[in-house]
Design a protein around this ligand. Structure first.
Ligand SMILES: [Fe+2]
Length: 294
């Protein structure tokens, strides 16, 4: 089984909800429910945009450790936009590239959130109205496959994400596996020009478990080592860059089963809680377990 690719273009081009759009929205909610993940093609997020971001991050991660120690870990908090991020020396394109890719991925998430809401039988803005002012976080990571490219190396152990939806640009090195609702494990293949979205714990809360947070891991597999061989032959970077954006509900938004999900027999498992408090609680549990989680 492979994940279907949802093309967002027809939804973005049509302001009215016709039967074609409605069936795409149903496919979005069905796929999220069954797999906890979704592949999308968004005309606003092109393969060239993804490449520009990854090229810059590869160049950054290739710098000596002393250079990288001068900066904080590269990330962008979308609520902290007034504080100027640290721009590494020799990267004049840093801010515009980070901002542009981050905003493009947020736009894709917002459209998917609208489509999922429609597909789940909620109002179009049921999710997006809670996302305004959410502490969205663009957190690229770099893994050095020269040092850590052995099959079986774990970059992120089995976990779920505690936010609403997570979106990833396509990585040049595969390695992500997800667990489907039926318990089967599946390696994710992200086609060129596509984005991968994953359901986090906050969407599970809002749908009373109809859409569960997707369990996943990132491990060096034989497909990763094949990509390493190709990169070596072509003299390409061996840094595995992931461009991950965690979309969150606003900290003061109340998480609780929305609309008809409040009548679900499972609704009592998901009592009302502020998103900010929810995140703090989840982080405390992760720290107790002693792993890095999301
Ligand atoms: Fe994750």
């Amino acid at each position: 089984m492979e994940l279907p690719v949802i093309d967002l273009a027809p939804y973005l081009e049509n302001s009215s909800l016709d039967s074609e759009i409605e069936s795409v929205c149903l496919e979005v909610s069905r796929t999220l429910r069954e797999t906890g993940a979704l592949l999308v093609k968004d005309p606003r997020c092109t393969a060239e945009d993804n490449d520009r971001f990854i090229d810059m991050m590869e160049k950054y991660f290739q710098q000596p450790e002393e250079f990288k120690r001068l900066q904080e870990r590269p990330h962008l908090h979308y609520q902290e936009l007034n504080s100027e991020p640290v721009i590494p020396e020799g990267f004049p394109e840093w801010k515009s590239t980070m901002d542009s890719w981050g905003y493009k991925m947020i736009s894709a998430i917002e459209s998917v959130a609208e489509m999922a809401a429609i597909g789940f039988g909620l109002s179009k803005d049921a999710f997006t109205s809670l996302m305004q002012q959410g502490p969205h976080l663009l957190a690229p990571t770099g893994s050095d496959l020269r040092a850590y490219g052995k099959e079986g190396t774990v970059f992120a152990g089995y976990h779920y994400d505690l936010n609403f939806l997570t979106i990833h640009g396509r990585s040049r090195f595969p390695g992500l596996s997800i667990w489907l609702r039926n318990g089967r494990k599946m390696e994710v293949k992200v086609p060129v020009g596509c984005l991968l979205i994953q359901a986090g714990k906050q969407i599970e809360w809002l749908t009373a478990g109809e859409c569960m947070a997707g369990m996943h891991e990132v491990v060096v597999t034989n497909r990763t080592t094949d990509a390493i061989k190709r990169a070596l032959e072509q003299n390409c970077s061996l840094w595995r860059v992931s461009s991950t954006l965690f979309a969150h509900m606003a900290s003061d938004a109340v998480l609780k089963p929305l609309g008809h999900f409040s009548d679900s027999p499972l609704a009592s498992k998901y009592p009302p809680i502020c998103a900010g408090e929810f995140v703090e609680h989840e982080l405390a549990v992760i720290n107790l377990k002693g792993n890095k989680g999301a």
